[in-house]
Design a protein around this ligand. Structure first.
Ligand code: HEC
Ligand code: HEC
Ligand code: HEC
Length: 457
């Protein structure tokens, strides 16, 4: 009897502790401010003026306009819809309009948003605003951003109400999420590394928030920082691994990676889907020194060195067999099947190659060499080299809309083939193209193509 009573008391005590802990989290006791001391003091007009150009560059790095503008809408006035499984969120007006924007923000308010994700009135922001990353921004850089945003023309555009769960008073509950998903990260710091590497690391890990898409997420949709830049998933696209090892495997060096980030076009392909927006609003408008710093940081391995880029993958035996015209090999019978079987890869890829020749070669070239200003090369293209064929299938089904790249470069729009080729044909085509140019032996199945979402038009 006595031991039962004791057990009950212990359980009760535990329960009380758990409830107190939950309340403490709920009311934000763990959310200490990481705002620098001294920011209560306003900046002088002269200081604001001087800081503006630096603030503009940092706003480009942070892609503030990419999120805080509707497509074709006024820059910074907000209203971009961001879909989540719980409802639709809208970015807000961050022009200095006193009613609808951030005209009433003090210097300290702005620091609090970027460092801690808390807006005036103790409003927890949702992590769609990448404060988990802007947290790394140094106080003098936040001042520069503040000076820049306060100098923009104010736009009187009202914020769009959120839908679904976001209409409810749930901001306070973000404290639980923050406790688990908002680590106090610092910019990469290594005295052995160059100033360029340090700058690149500061931008990539912080304002640039590349990891928001390029790092896998956990079940709470938080960033899994234990697998940095190892590839993620966003808006129905597989986001590639951009660790140094993989980038050099794809043939990138500092020049071609800088070219990709600043123009959206490189020997490894073009930027499309979410990455097109990043190039368009952010990396494509950044100063070339910052772009090179980003490329240098990404390509530097754990040993501090930049490895030599790998050559494009050689065609796999099954693809080579399919490439050999049947007429030249009639003497030896069906060489394609024979060689494919001999290499253990099994399939005859001839049908896939023929589909490529009739549907794709007109733009991408018979040898996958691409055509300048028409379409990128398939040979050496990193979309074909991804182990997961998801993006390849998605692009073939749905196409890529006309995109204008920085510097006014344009290519053709790529049509979708959902109505022109059967799932079986697309699977065969993708299998051959991956074996020919991507070094990927795993066949793409008809079921994989069938399961892929298609655009509605
Ligand atoms: C990936 C999209 C995204 C990017 C990039 C982004 N923001 Fe945001 N931001 C949002 C969203 C969404 C909200 C609204 C969040 C909410 O309602 O809780 C927001 C909220 C804000 C707010 C709070 C406004 C208010 O309600 O008072 C400020 C200030 C802000 N962002 C500034 C910036 C700045 C400066 C940058 C660039 C360094 C930036 N944002 C980059 C999505 C983004
Ligand atoms: C009318 C010309 C055209 C045809 C036909 C065409 N494409 Fe494309 N394709 C393009 C263009 C242009 C892009 C780049 C679009 C952009 O990023 O703006 C592209 C992009 C791609 C990409 C994404 C990789 C990258 O680097 O952008 C893949 C993969 C691809 N095409 C495969 C195919 C396959 C397979 C076929 C045949 C089923 C095909 N394309 C037919 C023009 C074409
Ligand atoms: C909104 C999500 C998003 C953000 C943020 C983002 N990316 Fe991407 N990125 C993608 C997607 C999706 C692709 C794949 C499509 C493509 O190749 O264009 C991609 C592709 C790339 C590639 C091509 C890799 C390859 O193998 O060819 C590089 C390099 C890259 N991103 C670098 C960056 C850097 C650097 C940043 C931060 C400054 C960044 N990305 C931020 C979504 C994003």
């Amino acid at each position: 009897m006595r031991s039962h009573g004791l057990l009950r008391k212990i359980l009760l005590a535990l329960l009380v502790i758990i409830i107190l802990f939950a309340l403490a989290v709920f009311f934000g006791l763990f959310r200490t401010s990481s705002v620098a001391p001294g920011v209560a003091q306003p900046l002088s007009d002269a200081q604001m003026q001087e800081l503006r150009p630096r603030g503009r560059e940092l706003a480009l790095v942070g892609d503030c306009f990419g999120c805080h503008s509707k497509p074709q809408g006024p820059m910074g006035a907000g209203g971009l819809a961001i879909g989540t499984p719980f409802g639709t969120l809208h970015s807000t007006n961050i022009t200095p309009d006193p009613t609808h924007g951030i005209g009433g923000y003090t210097r300290a308010d702005f620091h609090r948003v970027l460092r801690d994700g808390i807006a005036p009135g103790n409003r927890n922001l949702y992590p769609a605003m990448p404060y988990v990353f802007t947290h790394l921004t140094r106080p003098e850089d936040i001042d520069a951003l503040y000076a820049y945003f306060m100098s923009l023309p104010p736009i009187a555009q009202a914020n769009v109400p959120n839908t679904g769960a976001f209409r409810l008073p749930v901001r306070q509950f973000m404290n639980f999420w923050n406790l688990l998903n908002f680590p106090n990260r610092q910019p990469p710091d290594d005295p052995q590394r160059s100033a360029q590497w340090l700058r690149g690391g500061y931008l990539v890990e912080g304002l640039g928030h590349c990891a928001a898409c390029h790092t896998p997420q956990n079940v709470m949709m938080g960033t899994d920082f234990s697998r940095p830049l190892q590839g993620g998933e966003i808006d129905g696209m597989r986001v590639p691994d951009i660790t140094a090892a993989t980038l050099t495997q794809r043939g990138f060096n500092v020049d071609t990676l800088s070219q990709y980030l600043s123009t959206g076009i490189a020997p490894q392909g073009t930027a499309f889907a979410g990455m097109y927006t990043v190039v368009h609003f952010s990396t494509g408008a950044m100063e070339s020194g910052d772009v090179e710093a980003v490329a240098t940081y990404l390509l530097t391995g754990p040993d501090g060195k930049i490895a030599a880029p790998a050559a494009p993958p050689a065609p796999l035996p099954a693809a080579t067999a399919a490439d050999t015209p049947a007429s030249a090999t009639t003497a030896t019978g069906d060489a394609a099947t024979a060689t494919a079987a001999a290499t253990g890869s099994g399939a005859d890829l001839t049908a896939g190659r023929l589909s490529y020749m009739s549907a794709c070669a007109g733009c991408h070239g018979a040898n996958g060499e691409g055509i300048p200003n028409v379409a990128p090369a398939m040979k050496g293209n990193s979309t074909l080299a991804m182990a997961d064929p998801h993006n390849l299938i998605s692009v073939v089904l749905n196409g890529v809309p006309t995109q204008t790249f920085p510097g006014g470069q344009r290519m053709y729009a790529m049509p979708g083939f959902a109505h022109l080729l059967s799932d079986q044909e697309i699977a065969e085509l993708a299998t051959w193209a991956r074996a020919e140019w991507g070094g990927q032996a795993k066949p793409v199945t008809e079921a994989q193509v069938g399961a892929m979402p298609r655009s509605r038009d």
